[in-house]
Ligand binder design. Structure first.
Ligand code: ADP
Ligand code: MG
Length: 698
């Protein structure tokens, strides 16, 4: 089953560059490449040929169906399957797949969240092929990656604005490159590589926990006697069953052209990580969605449930996702690589300060892009970066920026830096851009790493924000520099000024330290603790101005997405609260009663044997159980009331706040009682698998 011949299998199920070049007629291949490079629509006659070649290729590979594959606002992917067969009018069937079916589809979209973008009478949206992302075959189906829009052209998905943001970034970056005389560069592309954490647990445990099934996380669970205190799970040898899962996952991913690179045990027990080789941002987004989906389905084949929630277990490290991000030119330059020559150094510094300025100017939008009910359990909880956005540059690079700002000499291993672009920047070894895991956004040698995402996130949202805010910095820089007579002098002035104005966002210290919160406040950085605190920044005039200027979102799209995000938050907590109530009624209370009954019977029987026998232990325990049951009922009632009361609120933001303040509070009070009960109720009666059982189940 496991095939070591990676190169033979790699990408074998992808209609990629090599397949296109080999199979498409030359002129068709050229037109397709041209519209990919320029982002122009495909001519129908070209599409017809591509579709027919694609169909033959897919059928050779065993495909019987095709589907447009898209990424609605649910954060996961959706698909609508059609068969290649069409009646030929004589009672037989022929295989059919036209250019029209390739480039455009019409899924019934009424059940996808649209935040009011699609009025009910116009329920249909359409999907349009994104030719920059390759089609592939999975489960005997040809998958066509598509964007998903309403008939009025408004984006209903995560891919459309991502492509728009990449376009905006390309446009502004090219303006800068022209100023540097790099006229041969035709395209600048945002590259992304997501590192994905996840838990694997035994499927039987999963199926016994309605909270895991419905909410993706445990709503109860006393801390196990042995958690991750000993830190002995990191890079521990991988267990056989998990290894088999990982191998199959690798193999399937390789066939789909995703080169999954590292897989090892993470900090928490049963936790693992997978990282692919980076790709163009939209391709990386597709690939990460595919990876998450395959992890679930392949896991199930091995009797494993893959948990992608950011905080499946309280008191145990949650799962995050790191998105590595850089800018590449079609001529092979990484614009975030410091390089070796004065020219490369200057270019690098300009892009570096563009990112610094962008992150400082739009901290709140980055925070919005990682906000969710699930991630609220992680950010700032001493396992993930704080909710405060800052940039880690490392001491060396920070020292260089300081020197530049102050016209000072920078001493580094005998080399001095006097003026930007004059002598060569010292090469900072990758290790000196240290591994500060507490930083939300870190420079790691030739890329940035955004570490605030929750594991379940689509990487599209954060990438849309990053691309757009950096495009905005570059736009401002280009406006300023294009009109200057002395480019070099003005470049130096600009870099100095931006460092001075935005250095407050740079922080190399320990983000978990309490003093950072105070210091950040003194620096004027924002600290948006929870999702309802963060989301309003998305609809601020500054945000609307940014996104509409770069044509990434229309104002209408922003407002509808804002409503969807608020609704998602409230719905998530509502489902959690209802699940909790249900589990307490059906699983916790019966267990507590059964156990009390057993104790009472024991006490009676003891007395019937001899009145002299002490029943003190039974009585003490029953007293405790009685007391806790009383609290339990009280807290259960309280939570039930809150879930009803919150429904009365009309405004979505107010409702989200009430969920956070009232419902979440009632949930944690109820949980405390249940967790205490778990510690004293006999495991014979306790119907919910414990943390120990779950975390040691594989
Ligand atoms: P770590 O963060 O553990 O040091 P790596 O340095 O191996 O991990 O990289 C993590 C991820 O970053 C991988 O997905 C990798 O492909 C991606 N990556 C590496 N270089 C770049 C780059 N220039 N742009 C975007 N992503 C990159
Ligand atoms: Mg990393």
């Amino acid at each position: 089953m496991y095939n070591n011949n990676i190169s033979e299998n790699f990408g074998s199920m992808v209609f990629n560059e090599a397949v296109m070049r080999e199979r498409l007629p030359k002129d068709i291949y050229k037109s397709l490449k041209k519209s990919i490079a320029e982002g122009t629509p495909l001519e129908l006659d070209v599409a017809n040929v591509v579709a027919s070649v694609m169909k033959d290729w897919a059928i050779e590979k065993g495909a019987t169906h095709f589907t447009h594959w898209f990424q609605p606002m649910t954060g996961i992917t959706a698909e609508k399957h059609d068969s290649f067969l069409a009646p030929d009018g004589t009672g037989r069937a022929i295989t059919e797949f036209s250019g029209k079916s390739l480039v455009k589809g019409e899924p019934d979209a009424s059940s996808f969240p649209s935040g009011g973008l699609r009025s009910t009478f116009e329920a249909r949206g359409y999907t349009a092929w994104d030719p920059t992302s390759y089609a592939f075959i999975k489960d005997n189906t040809l998958y066509i990656p598509t964007a998903f829009c309403s008939y009025s052209g408004e984006a209903l998905d995560k891919k459309t604005p991502l492509l728009r943001s990449m376009h905006a970034l390309n446009e502004q970056a090219l303006r800068i490159l022209r100023l540097f005389g790099l006229n041969d560069v035709k395209r600048v592309v945002a590259m992304a590589g997501p590192e994905q954490e996840y838990f694997l647990i035994d499927m039987n445990m999963y199926l016994k926990r309605p909270d895991l099934m419905h909410c993706g996380r445990t709503l109860f669970g006393a801390r196990p006697p042995k958690g991750q205190e000993l830190e002995d799970h990191y890079f521990r040898p991988i267990k056989q069953r998990v290894l088999k899962f990982m191998r199959e996952l690798d193999e399937e991913l390789w066939k789909l052209g995703v080169y999954a690179k590292t897989e090892h045990n993470e900090v928490a027990p049963s936790q693992h990580e997978i990282a692919p080789i980076y790709a163009e941002a939209n391709v990386a987004t597709d690939q990460n969605q595919l990876t998450m989906e395959l992890m679930k389905t392949i896991g199930a084949k091995h009797g494993l449930a893959c948990l992608l929630h950011e905080k499946p277990f309280a008191g145990i490290n949650g799962s995050g996702k790191h998105v590595n991000w850089s800018l590449a030119t079609d001529t092979g330059i990484n614009l975030l690589d410091p390089g070796d020559t004065p020219f490369e150094n200057a270019l690098f510094l300009l892009f570096l300060v563009a990112v610094i300025k962008a992150v400082d100017d739009y901290q709140d939008l980055l925070r919005v892009s990682v906000a969710s009910a699930g991630n609220d359990h992680r950010l700032g909880a001493n396992e993930a970066p704080p909710a405060i956005v800052s940039i880690f540059l490392g001491d060396e690079l920070t020292g260089i920026l300081n020197a530049i700002e102050n016209d000072a000499l920078y001493e580094c291993k005998g080399k001095a830096l006097m003026e930007i672009g004059a002598p060569v920047l010292p090469r900072f070894p990758k290790d000196s851009t240290d591994r500060n895991r507490t930083s939300p956004f870190a420079f790691t040698g030739n890329k940035f790493e955004l570490r605030m995402l929750g594991s379940a996130f689509s990487i599209a949202g954060p990438l849309i924000v990053l691309n757009t805010i950096v495009a905005e910095s570059l736009r401002q820089f280009a406006d300023e520099l294009e009109n200057s007579s002395d480019f070099k002098a003005n470049l130096n002035k600009l870099i100095k000024r931006v460092i001075r104005e935005h250095k407050r966002i740079i922080f190399n210290g320990n983000g978990y330290d309490g003093s950072w919160v105070k210091e950040a406040e003194a620096r004027g950085l924002s600290n948006l603790k929870t999702t309802p605190d963060a989301l309003p920044a998305f609809v601020s005039p500054k945000s609307i101005e940014l996104f509409t200027r770069h044509r990434v979102f229309t104002e209408h799209e922003i407002r509808s997405r804002y409503e969807i995000l608020l609704e998602n938050y409230s719905k998530t907590i509502n489902i959690e609260a209802l699940t909790m109530i249900d589990m307490v009624n059906k699983m916790v209370i019966p267990a507590v009663f059964d156990y009390q009954n057993e104790l009472a019977e024991l006490a009676i029987r003891k007395k019937s044997i001899s009145p002299e026998l002490s029943t003190l232990p039974e009585e003490k325990l029953m007293e405790r159980l009685s007391k806790l049951s009383e609290y339990l009922t009280e807290k259960l009632e309280r939570l039930t009331e809150q879930t009803i009361a919150v429904k009365e609120i009309k405004d979505n933001l107010e409702m989200a706040k009430a969920y956070r303040e009232k419902v979440c509070a009632a949930m944690s009070e109820l949980r405390m009682i249940v967790d205490e009960l778990e510690l004293i109720v006999s495991s014979k009666h306790w119907r919910i698998p414990s943390y120990s059982e779950i975390l040691n189940s594989v």
